[in-house]
Ligand binder design. Sequence first.
Ligand SMILES: NC(=O)c1ccc[n+]([C@@H]2O[C@H](COP(=O)([O-])OP(=O)(O)OC[C@H]3O[C@@H](n4cnc5c(N)ncnc54)[C@H](OP(=O)(O)O)[C@@H]3O)[C@@H](O)[C@H]2O)c1
Length: 246
Amino acid sequence: MDIGKLNLQYLKSKTILVTGASRGIGLALTEKFLDLGNIVIGTSRDKSNLESLTNKFERNFYPEQLNLSSEESIKGLCKAIRDKFQKLDVLILNAGVLGEVGPIKNSSYKSWCETINVNLNSQYLLIKSLLNCLEESKKASIIVVSSSVGRSPRSNWGSYSVSKASMEALTLILSQELEETSITVNSVNPGATATKMRKEALPNEDQSKIPQPKDIIPIFLYLASNEATENGEVFNARDFIGLLNY
Ligand SMILES: NC(=O)c1ccc[n+]([C@@H]2O[C@H](COP(=O)([O-])OP(=O)(O)OC[C@H]3O[C@@H](n4cnc5c(N)ncnc54)[C@H](OP(=O)(O)O)[C@@H]3O)[C@@H](O)[C@H]2O)c1
């Protein structure tokens, strides 16, 4: 695997779903995929959060409402994708919530359930509901956005850590089950990235000193491309920073 050799000219005309496209990592991914000439379905709980993308990319950007707390909303999005596009080439499970940070002893059951529901159960439902669209692609890629605390669970990261660790397990299970198909499933840990969620977790951190969302996208571009054959693997986005010119 040599990401530096990836020719971005060929990463175009794919149909890509990016959940949580309104800001942070999802926004940076959406803009880059659109710049390259792909079709991107980008989601937010509130479609008005996607207006700047709609104005900037008059063609090829399809804003959709998605609330991962609602089964009805997830099913509505999947139906819209099936009806409009039939086929999906890339699914990026990016949207998520931080939940409560702090010891389990002080956590609330309501918040625990909400985080597990958004970051795990709803991701399962999204994947399951879109598998038939992914099967229509000659080469489909599911990219799970994970976290360091999903790989090494840590105190005070409670429900978030458990939800991401479970997504790592789901990535592995699915990658094995889909081995004989044209669909690959891999997970990417963005690492510390300057976003609203990161600010919420670490309010005193100087975000000018950590990677910005646009810096960490090379591995996502690679995994979305026809070059990538990896399946069931785990990647750290920071290992690929600066390896692609874009
Ligand atoms: N930033 C980091 O340092 C870091 C590190 C490790 C992992 N990650 C992971 O990277 C991913 C993106 O995070 P980020 O840092 O870019 O966070 P962010 O700036 O807070 O963005 C989160 C995105 O998720 C959407 N979202 C939030 N709750 C949602 C819900 N209930 N239903 C549907 N969409 C929802 C938001 O859209 P609306 O508010 O418009 O609905 C927003 O677009 C997450 O999975 C996160 O766990 C981030």
